[in-house]
Design a protein around this ligand. Structure first.
Ligand code: PLP
Length: 379
């Protein structure tokens, strides 16, 4: 089955009691038992819910994985993955990553005795240098948020196998439409479903997909114990969003290319960060592991000042200034003061995240209007 067919049909059965083609919203906390322990596979909605189950099946199939688990947010999913580890364990993470991931690693889990090493993971040697007997997992985000570095998933998988450690990939920016990390040797795929998968800026949700049964059981145990589960109405909205994921992603990529090429030629624009540009330092790896290059673009102005970046952000008409990304509408952001404000300035500077950086989530509007918006805002 090809991706678009999977997006529409995979994991979804017509409702057995009515034939409803859309999975109903099972708005229930509990399920009747005819005798203690005798039920239809559902006991309590923190553990299982039929609407959530349909979504988990759909996401597992889209990621070419065996098991899906949905969470109340992307952070809920990350929290659950990290809770698999013990004090003293070490995790190597990319140094250019979503600010909330950096915050949970350093401000929450470091307090419980876990150690995180942040390295530029597009340099595989830099990763291997940090691996020791306490290392338990590599945490990869690719493309990275917000600098759009591309990390070679296959090279990381080879390294993880060699040292017998896990490889987790935050696949939020790519979605299963553009890349499937499990196929490249990753053990865990994680998503902020809030973004492209849901796609309409109306849901906050996270997901994990794995192949290994034991890993699934550990994660499901932690999920059920800690309770970060999504409600059935949100699961329904995401099931609906997924049906157009392939079509939306095609348009995000098409619009992304036109916007990136426009910015790249603009005399007032300094650096453009988009993996589809042939001068992007990791363009070759991106071309190998991604089907296309996505709709996330970052750029700086030639003047390279925060003040000028803020002026542009204030002038946008369609690139609405807001946190988040991946919805049908175009958004803009200032990572240093918004999504990545929780990363200390010194760390931001080390990874190359400047105060002058503007991040765009290119939406599905007519691209001529988006280019016009850039023209009037940048001048
Ligand atoms: C790459 C990435 N991972 C994880 C998250 C966290 O997801 P959520 O906001 O759904 O908790 C985000 C949110 O922006 C993100 O961009």
């Amino acid at each position: 089955m090809k991706f678009g067919t999977k997006a529409i049909h995979a994991g979804i059965e017509p409702d057995p009691s009515t034939g409803a083609i859309m999975t109903p919203i099972y708005q229930t906390s509990t399920y009747v038992q005819t005798s203690p322990g005798q039920h239809k596979g559902f006991e309590y909605s923190r553990t299982h819910n039929p609407t959530r189950k349909a979504l988990e099946n759909s996401l597992a199939i889209l990621e070419n994985g065996k098991h899906g688990l949905c969470f109340s947010s992307g952070m809920g999913a990350i929290d659950t993955i990290i809770k698999m580890f013990e004090p003293g364990d070490e995790i190597i993470s990319t140094n250019d990553l979503y600010g909330g991931s950096y915050r949970i690693f350093t401000k929450v889990f470091q307090r419980y005795g876990l150690k995180f090493n942040f390295v530029p993971m597009h340099n595989t040697e830099a990763i291997e240098e940090k691996i020791n007997e306490k290392t338990k997992m590599l945490w990869v985000e690719t493309p990275t948020n917000p600098l759009m570095n591309i990390i070679d998933i296959k090279a990381c998988a080879a390294l993880a196998k060699k040292h017998n450690i896990l490889l987790a990939v935050d696949n939020t920016f790519s979605t299963p439409y553009l890349q499937n990390p499990l196929d490249m040797g990753a053990d865990i795929v994680m998503h902020s479903v809030t973004k492209y998968i849901a796609g309409h800026s109306d849901v906050v949700m996270g997901a994990i997909v794995v192949n290994d049964d034991k890993l699934r059981d550990t994660l499901a145990f932690l999920q059920n114990s800690c309770g970060a589960v999504p409600g059935p109405q949100d699961c329904f909205l995401v099931l609906r969003g997924i049906k157009t994921l392939h079509v939306r992603m095609q348009r995000h990529c098409e619009n992304g290319r036109i916007v990136a090429e426009y910015l790249d030629k603009h005399p007032k624009v300094g650096k453009v960060y988009w993996p589809g540009l042939s001068h992007h330092p990791n363009h070759e790896v991106a071309a190998q592991q991604m089907k296309d290059f996505g709709g996330m673009i970052s750029f700086t102005l030639k003047s390279d000042t925060k003040e000028d970046a803020v002026k542009v952000l204030e002038k946008f008409k369609y690139f609405t200034l807001a946190e988040s990304l991946g919805g049908v509408e175009s958004l803009s952001g200032h990572p240093a003061s918004m999504t990545h404000a929780s990363i200390p300035v010194a760390e931001r500077q080390k990874s190359g995240l400047k105060d002058s950086l503007i991040r765009l989530s290119v939406g599905l509007e007519d691209v001529e209007d988006l280019v016009e918006d850039l023209r009037q805002a940048i001048g």
